[in-house]
Structures are given as structure tokens and as C-alpha cells.
Design a protein around this ligand. Structure first.
Ligand code: PSU
Ligand code: MN
Length: 306
């Protein structure tokens, strides 16, 4: 199946989509730039298994040799994990040149949403999204993820946003652009490593069935924007806020001192926070991705049953 000359949908994924069966998209920047090898590959493979165990078909998304891939093999996931930062981090602005040149690209939330939508996949699970960076009033560093959420009809299930971002400004931006921010079982916006922040979400929804109904209504209304579901990290894996905040403040200060900017900014901050907190933050990060994969799969199943 190919509606786009650059798109390759893995046969298992194409069959599921054609049969109206649940499919969940997954991103590849989290593999290449979000976690170290080999934990990145182990996590990506386990996430796919969790999606299967919860009744959906996983479709990890990436760009390989200039082809937009909806669904990777285990070997391709291993390839992305091993190459790590040597793979280009691909946002919306990178797609055309990477496809024309036949190069590889790791898809961010932005490009994963785009390719999922091209393939006909509606629900996508990840860890954290990009947002408005701290200091954005001067740097204008606002992730393309927010723009994509405003224009691509895919549900993104995440654990909120890391406090490397300005969470208040991120919510303001999403509000302006018409993106509903849903808290799964919570009124407070989760902050990735922490179950909550001081900010409120737009709506609290408590079951996968109700998430599916709201997303269905968005589609039936003909709205073309996405929906952001924020799912708090399970209690036992949350990090003490003083530990994580100290590491984040230090990482942000170092990025300013070193003049880190553009696409390097988020990978720099993620890697620095992971180093400063040792293995703890990586462990939390992995567990929250598993938790999001479960919720996304259950929601995809519920959506297909509507
Ligand atoms: N935040 C995380 N983990 C991640 C990312 C963000 O907690 O892995 C990745 C995602 O791929 C996201 C991208 O789409 O970083 C955002 O990058 P930027 O801020 O450059 O838009
Ligand atoms: Mn940026």
C-alpha cells in the first residue's frame, strides 16, 4: 500500500489498517537521540511487544535511504539504536532533502505524526514532546512538534513535557493553536519525570474508551488538528522533584553557556539530564514509555470498537 511515492508501509501494518484493526505509531528519535545504546534498542523492542500484548500492531516510524517507513523490522530498530546521533534528527523541514538524497532520518514527534497520518495511523505513543523552551521569548526556540499538533489529526500519548521546557508557555501555545491537552486520570499537567506540575490540563479523561470517543468526535467534526494525551508516570517510577529539577537547571545553564541552539538543543539537554541523574532518570524514562504504549494500544483498540 502506498498513497505517497516515498512511503513504505510494512505489510503487517498495511493489513491491519486495511482491516480496520488497531495500530499504534512509535517514533525513532527517541531511539537514536533519546536514549543510549543498548537500552534504546531493548526499550524500542519491548514497547512493540507491549503494544502487541494490548491488542494492537506497532508501527515504528523512521526514514531509511530516503523512504518514509511506517513499521520497522527488529534489524532496522537495531540499526537506528546503534547509529544513534550519527543519524540525522528529522523534523518537518528536513523531509524533502532527506527523501531527495536517499538518506536516513530519525523521526521526531513532528515527522512521526506526519508519516503516521500519511499511512492512515491515528494513534501514536512516545515519551515526551518538544515544546516552548525556557528563554524562548529571546531565542524563539519553539519545537515544531507544537505546530504539527495544530495541523495533523493524530493522537499523541506522552508523559507530559520535561521541565527543560517552559511548561506554562507550552500550554499557551497549544491553546492558541487549538490543540486539546488531556490529562489521563489527572487535572494537572504531568512533567515527564514527575506525576504533576502546577499547571492544569484542559480536560481530565479517565478511560481509554472515553479518550477514543473524544478523538472520534474530533474526526467526525472534521477538525484537522491533533490531540495531546498526557499520561502521568507510574508513582513507583517518579523521580524526587528536587533531584530532577537541580539536574535540569544545571543542564539548561550549561546549554546557554555553550551556546547550544537549533536542533541540538533538545538532544543536548536530554543527554545532560540523563548524565547528571545517573541511571535513575533513564530507568524512569523507559518505564513511562511502556506506560504510554499500554494506554495508546488500549485507546487504539477502543477506537476501533466505536
Ligand atoms: N523530549 C523528550 N524525549 C525525546 C524528545 C523530546 O523528553 O526523545 C525528542 C522527540 O523526538 C521530540 C524531539 O519530538 O525530541 C523534539 O525536538 P525539538 O525540541 O528540537 O523539536
Ligand atoms: Mn528547537
Amino acid at each position: 500500500m502506498s498513497i505517497n511515492k516515498y512511503l513504505d508501509v510494512k505489510p503487517e501494518v498495511a493489513e491491519a489498517i486495511a482491516a480496520g484493526k488497531p495500530v499504534v505509531a512509535l517514533e525513532s528519535t527517541i531511539i537514536s537521540h533519546g536514549m543510549p545504546y543498548p537500552q534504546n534498542v531493548e526499550t524500542a523492542l519491548k514497547v512493540e511487544q507491549i503494544i502487541r500484548d494490548n491488542g494492537a500492531v506497532p508501527a515504528t516510524i523512521a526514514i531509511i535511504g530516503g523512504r518514509l517507513k511506517a513499521g520497522l523490522t527488529s534489524e532496522e530498530i537495531e540499526y537506528f539504536g546503534k547509529k544513534g546521533h550519527a543519524i540525522a534528527k528529522a523534523s518537518r523541514r528536513d523531509l524533502a532533502v532527506l527523501c531527495a538524497r536517499g538518506e536516513d532520518g530519525a523521526t521526531t514527534v513532528t515527522t512521526t505524526m506526519m508519516i503516521a497520518h500519511m499511512a492512515g495511523i491515528k494513534i501514536f505513543a512516545t515519551g515526551g514532546i518538544g515544546g516552548v523552551h525556557r528563554g524562548a521569548e529571546k531565542t524563539m526556540d519553539i519545537s515544531a512538534d507544537l505546530e504539527e499538533l495544530s495541523q495533523t489529526p493524530v493522537m499523541v500519548v506522552c508523559a507530559g513535557a520535561k521541565a527543560i521546557l517552559d511548561l506554562g508557555l507550552t500550554l499557551e501555545y497549544l491553546e492558541t493553536h487549538g490543540v486539546p491537552v488531556i490529562g489521563y486520570g489527572t487535572e494537572k499537567l504531568p512533567a515527564f519525570y514527575s506525576r504533576e506540575s502546577k499547571f492544569n490540563v484542559d480536560y481530565r479523561i479517565d478511560t481509554p474508551e472515553d479518550l477514543a470517543k473524544s478523538f472520534k468526535a474530533q474526526r467526525d467534526l472534521g477538525l484537522t488538528n491533533g490531540m495531546l494525551v498526557t499520561n502521568p508516570i507510574p508513582e513507583q517510577y517518579a523521580m524526587p522533584s528536587d533531584v530532577i529539577n537541580k539536574a535540569i537547571d544545571q543542564a539548561v545553564a550549561e546549554s546557554v553557556e555553550q551556546g547550544i541552539h537549533g536542533k541540538e538543543s533538545t538532544p543536548f539537554l536530554l543527554a545532560r539530564v540523563a548524565e547528571l541523574t545517573g541511571g535513575d532518570s533513564l530507568h524512569s524514562n523507559i518505564e513511562l514509555v511502556f506506560n504510554n504504549a499500554r494506554l495508546a494500544a488500549k485507546t487504539a483498540v477502543a477506537y476501533c470498537n466505536l
